[in-house]
Ligand binder design. Structure first.
Ligand SMILES: Cc1ncc(COP(=O)(O)O)c(C=O)c1O
Length: 438
């Protein structure tokens, strides 16, 4: 093992051996190469003649850039250079401040500085790199973002272990708790994604507390629990009584055996899907500065070893936006558009009791999506029918129809639901006719 990795592992071993025990073999072996090109470049930062890193500069010392590209960007040409593997230091700081502001009960609690990833998917991959060995189980609800299969199963040889998502119109906390209790005592990797893709569900305040309690009980029983939080749609909560803070707030001081790994970022929250900027942040009860630094270094090492660094241009733009005075008001405006669509769907469902003959509405209160379960027809047949005869596109996942209301103009939502109802009735009518004739 590289001596730098051994050093980080020793930092964890001293005072946090349980966290070291949560790392995968890859996670134990990874380190940030401070003594390589990057470290030597950093040491040479203030030299008069700097012939270290593989970027190019004009004779006047500015970043060498094609003017046709510079003309497109209202930022200094420094944004054409590499960002550090950890991310732009000021952006990490700003995002840290935003996490604190959006999660007020983190106040006074200890957690790491966010490390920049190339958006959430890459952040999840970094988490897999650090915590998943071949054959490890990832515990998650049975309604989930399907990319977790590629990320964790194909990427790291892990298994997905499902539990039931909903009971009585709410999150099935008991099923979650049972899944955590199943199997022997040891390392457990849990993945929670709220607001959820595909359902658009976020737990209520009391469900959130119950989830944290179940995690605490598991830790008290001797398990070492890595809780990976996919907070991609954070902040988009539309109803009263629904948790507005990330579960991270409850996890960072829950129990020494519980490590919170928060994945979040600009993609969905700030409506910049193609920017590819996300963050990974760590916290656990009793964490010291050296422990958190060791986890940050390992995450940045995983970034360096996979994509080297996330796009500097996007990071520079986001940094400028987060410190712009109009940022908060503009963000609220966009939130209002999505919240308005969610409200409209609620009202439509109430106004059309006949829809209950065609589909069951799954619980939703947040995010970009909501789901319905078609009654008496196959979801895939319904999806095809909607495209062929109603010019309406939806997604089928796990037997449900997922509706991305984030992508549908408000004045087309009514037609979307009318089409859904009509298509179900038509398919059922055709089947009944066929049944009667045969
Ligand atoms: C639950 C969830 N996590 C992560 C992502 C990926 O986010 P990013 O585009 O930032 O990689 C998505 C995108 O659809 C998602 O739905």
């Amino acid at each position: 093992m590289n001596p730098l990795a051994e050093e980080l592992n020793r930092d964890l071993q001293t005072g946090a051996p349980q966290i070291l025990g949560m790392l995968s073999a890859r996670g134990k072996a990874i380190y940030f190469p401070f003594r390589g090109i990057l470290g030597q470049t950093a040491e040479a930062k203030n030299t008069k003649i700097n012939a270290t890193i593989g970027t190019a500069f004009e004779d006047d010392g500015s970043a060498l850039a094609l003017e046709c590209m510079e003309a497109m960007v209202n930022l200094s040409s420094d944004s054409f250079l590499y960002a550090p593997s950890f991310g732009l230091p000021k952006l990490r700081e700003e995002w840290g401040k935003l996490i604190a502001a959006k999660n007020p009960s983190l106040k006074g609690k200890t957690y790491s500085l966010p490390v920049v990833t190339a958006a959430l998917t890459h952040g999840l991959s970094v988490a897999g790199y650090m915590f998943l060995d071949e054959g490890d189980a990832v515990i998650l609800p049975d309604l989930y973002w399907d990319n977790y299969e590629l990320l964790f199963c194909e990427g790291f040889g892990a298994r997905l272990l499902f539990y039931n998502t909903f009971v009585n119109g709410g999150f099935d906390v008991e099923a979650f708790s049972r899944a955590l209790r199943a199997g022997g005592v040891g390392k457990k990797v849990v993945l929670l994604n709220f607001p959820n893709n595909p359902t658009g569900y976020t737990p209520t305040e009391s469900e959130s507390k119950a989830l944290a309690e179940a995690i605490r009980e598991s830790a008290e029983a001797g398990n070492r629990v890595v809780v990976v939080l996919d907070d991609a749609y954070f902040g988009l909560v539309y109803e009263e009584g629904i948790a507005t803070e990330s579960l991270f707030s409850l996890l960072v001081d829950l129990h020494p055996n519980v490590l919170g790994v928060k994945l979040d970022g600009a993609t969905k929250e700030d409506y910049v899907w193609g920017f590819r900027v996300g963050f990974i942040t760590f916290g656990f009860k009793g964490a010291g500065a050296a422990h958190l630094k060791a986890l940050e270094n390992k995450a940045a090492g995983a970034v360096r070893g996979t994509i080297s660094n996330a796009p500097c241009l996007s990071q520079s733009m986001l940094l400028k936006a987060y410190t712009a005075p109009e940022y908060a008001a503009q963000k609220k405006q966009k939130y209002d558009i999505l919240a308005g669509r969610a409200r409209k769907i609620r009202a439509l469902i109430q106004a059309h009791p006949e829809y209950a003959r065609s589909f069951e509405v799954m619980p939703f209160n947040s995010g970009y999506f909501m789901c319905v379960k078609p009654i008496g027809v196959d979801a895939e047949a319904l999806r095809k029918e909607l495209i062929a005869n109603y010019s309406t596109g939806v997604i089928v996942l796990m037997g449900l129809i997922r509706i991305a209301f984030s992508a549908v103009p408000t004045d087309r939502i009514e037609t979307l639901f009318a089409n859904l109802h009509a298509a179900v009735q038509k398919l059922r009518g055709a089947r009944n006719l066929f049944g009667a004739a045969s």
